[in-house]
Design a protein around this ligand. Sequence first.
Ligand code: NAP
Length: 242
Amino acid sequence: MGRSGLVRTVLVLGGTGEARRLAEVLAGRPGLRVVTSLAGRVSSPHHPPGEVRIGGFDGVEGLAEWLRAEGVDAVVDATHPFAARITESAVAATERLGLRLLVLRRPGWREVEGDDWRWVDSVAEAAAMVPSVGTRALITVGRQELEPFAQLDGVWLLARSIEQPTVPVRAVLGRGPFSVEAELRLLREHAIDVLVTKDSGGDDAKLVAARRLGVPVIVVRRPPPPAVTVVSTVDQAANWVI
Ligand code: NAP
């Protein structure tokens, strides 16, 4: 039971479409206060219904303190599968306070007939592999992780990100989901012969487009999931919160 004894409080660690949809489902529930936390990486984030707080917590200590002060009863970590640090903080802080924690992670992508994928363990490894695969690369790993690509010689690079990257690379800005047609146009227009992505899961239009055009894909594996209950759909998470 939360601070008031009547209203329960759930913290949704967000920054994904799933987190937003979960907040939408939970927001209407009587007796439930829903707070979504965003890291503040994007300057104009889509705000979910319910309360929204923005910015880091200052590690495990800060998060535990915030959870205590706000009388949080349960936490759903619906952050991106590659946002491993905040997930670690959530595991440690909820363990310390004896709070319930659920991780909501969309399933990763699976190779199908016609794909030409090469799996790597890190973005740095992906960058190192690019010159052996192609000469015109589309990089979709997020603007924070472009550094290793900017140092590649002899490869024409195009990064796609929501906001302008801080490293000096050619960039096309856009926020998904994208249609397969738009992805086909982008790959064709720039004669892309290698695509680099993280195994984010979800919208797979770029992978479908790469398959159709026979473009090889370098896929960065996810960090291992935390040792807590993990579900893959918004409905499962919404049922857990009840
Ligand atoms: P990260 O490496 O796990 O987190 C770095 C730090 O950012 C955390 O230690 C925490 O700071 C703060 N933080 C992260 N998510 C937060 C949240 N939801 N609310 C409050 N603070 C948060 O995460 P990241 O990879 O930088 O991702 C940042 C955000 O972008 C996440 O919310 C994630 O869902 C979203 N996102 C990430 C990716 C990706 O590819 N990594 C893609 C799409 C969206 P303190 O230690 O100070 O608490």
